[in-house]
Design a protein around this ligand. Structure first.
Ligand SMILES: Cc1cc2nc3c(=O)[nH]c(=O)nc-3n(C[C@H](O)[C@H](O)[C@H](O)COP(=O)(O)OP(=O)(O)OC[C@H]3O[C@@H](n4cnc5c(N)ncnc54)[C@H](O)[C@@H]3O)c2cc1C
Length: 410
């Protein structure tokens, strides 16, 4: 029985409240098994959210014998609460990141993030995953954090490193998109998807390549056993693996340093379906350089998902209690921005959310077991970061080192 505790035990948290719009989507079910006896594998992935699913798929593709376990039904942690805007633009602008990391490293983060979105599209195409992926542009509006001058500078910095971002002045913005702001950046290379469908589809593709999925299984401890890692679960059986990946989302692995993230809250709504012709130009993703910020995207069934209003609230009861007021605010702000007076709220929900000042994810090797790793995707780009994390961890397991890994140490 494994006794070490540092890397593998995670506290159970209330990750979301209300009703996320994806709870209505037909993402299909994945057959999971009960863990009734000890198992052995090359890699054990703890967590069957989008991060664990992408990691399992990358590892199964690389030929590893993979087991995925989750204490919940796959996807029903934070993944079902995600608004799933897929962007290379991270919460911290390139110009801001250049001040903290230096221009060269900041450029590497942005380029890697751009490549990760492309790689996710390729993966979805290659495995014909039902993800509801649609290529979109992303429109970043001037706000109270970055005004038009700062956005102009940001667009120039991105263009300089080859990213597809262009500054729009107020007049052009109004003419093209109908939005009344002092300026904006329009960027290609973004997308929308259905996070539940994507998560389940990745798990199915991994399973088709031999991965096994067990749920509900809660991992409680891990210890080194020669070259193996012996992982204990609440229900008794152990899983013996060569490598352990903690993809436990905001039920954060103790291996991730406490000072490298904060858990805050975010709120979102989805409107009733609207007439397709009522959408703004190209149904681009919209977000703003404001605090608190607003963002919007379309869904395949013609709803608008509106999110933001992030606040430094970690208590689930306070997060849930704020849903009606936050939903009203999000709807009002979206009406004011789009001029769509007819929109009504159909779904509203709130979720826990990890943040750090750099807006970067944290990928760590576990200290207590050789061959153990942990991933935490902070900020509004958790899914893009999950792709980078899956790639870096696959390479670590394969014995090669990804040159960008050092950018995401926390
Ligand atoms: C409201 C909201 C909006 C968001 N919008 C976006 C967005 O627009 N774009 C974007 O890219 N990202 C967005 N994110 C972030 C993104 O959704 C997250 O980064 C992502 O869902 C995290 O996935 P995950 O697999 O890491 O975590 P989860 O989905 O929570 O999966 C982790 C799983 O690990 C399991 N687990 C934990 N500990 C154990 C254990 N000890 N044993 C067994 N199982 C365990 C849990 O049960 C859980 O199912 C948003 C998040 C929220 C809440």
């Amino acid at each position: 029985m494994a006794t070490g505790r540092r890397g593998a035990s995670t506290a159970v948290k209330d990750l979301h409240d209300g009703q996320p719009v994806w709870s209505q989507s037909t993402y299909g079910t994945i057959t999971v098994s009960a863990l009734t006896k000890d198992e052995r594998c090359d890699v054990l992935v703890v967590g069957a959210g989008i991060t664990g699913a992408l990691t399992a798929l990358h590892l199964a593709e690389a030929g590893y014998d993979v087991i995925v376990v989750d204490r919940r039904v796959p996807g029903t942690g934070s993944t079902i609460a995600s608004t799933a805007m897929i962007q290379f633009e991270i919460d911290e602008p390139l110009t801001g990141l250049a001040k903290t990391l230096g221009p060269a490293k900041a450029a590497r983060v942005y380029r890697r993030s751009f490549q990760a979105v492309k790689d996710l599209k390729t993966l979805i195409k290659k495995h014909e995953l039902r993800a509801d992926w649609v290529d979109r542009d992303a429109l970043y509006l001037a706000g109270n954090v970055m005004g038009r001058r700062a956005l102009e500078k940001e667009a120039r910095a991105r263009e300089k490193i080859g990213l597809p971002s262009t500054y729009l002045d107020a007049e052009t913005l109004k003419e093209m998109y109908g939005f009344d702001r002092t300026g904006a950046i329009i960027s290609a290379g973004a997308a929308e998807l259905d996070p539940m469908r994507t998560c389940i589809a990745c798990l199915k593709a991994a399973r088709d390549m031999g991965a096994k999925i067990y749920s509900p299984v809660s991992v409680t401890a891990s210890e080194q056993d020669g070259d193996d890692i012996r992982v204990a679960t609440t229900d008794g059986p152990d899983i013996i693996c060569r490598h352990l990946v903690m993809a436990t989302g905001y039920e954060v692995s103790p291996a991730i340093p406490k000072g490298s993230f904060d858990i805050v809250s975010s709120w979102a709504i989805a409107t009733q379906p609207i007439k397709p012709q009522r959408f703004w130009r190209d149904r681009c993703l919209v977000w703003e350089a404001s605090d608190p910020y607003l963002y919007m995207r379309a869904t395949a069934d013609n709803r608008i998902v509106i999110g933001g209003e992030d606040a430094d609230v970690s208590a689930p009861s306070r997060r849930a209690a704020a849903i009606p007021a936050k939903s009203k605010k999000l709807l009002e702000k979206a009406k004011e921005l789009t001029g769509l007076d007819e929109i009504e709220c159909d779904y509203s929900w709130a979720g826990a959310f990890a943040e750090n000042p750099k807006g970067l994810p944290v990928f760590k090797r576990l200290h207590d077991v050789k061959g153990g790793y942990a991933i935490l995707g902070c900020g509004g780009n958790g899914i893009t970061f999950s792709v980078i994390g899956a790639q870096i961890i696959r390479d670590w397991i394969g014995g090669t080192s990804d040159p960008d890994a050092s950018l995401f140490r926390g």
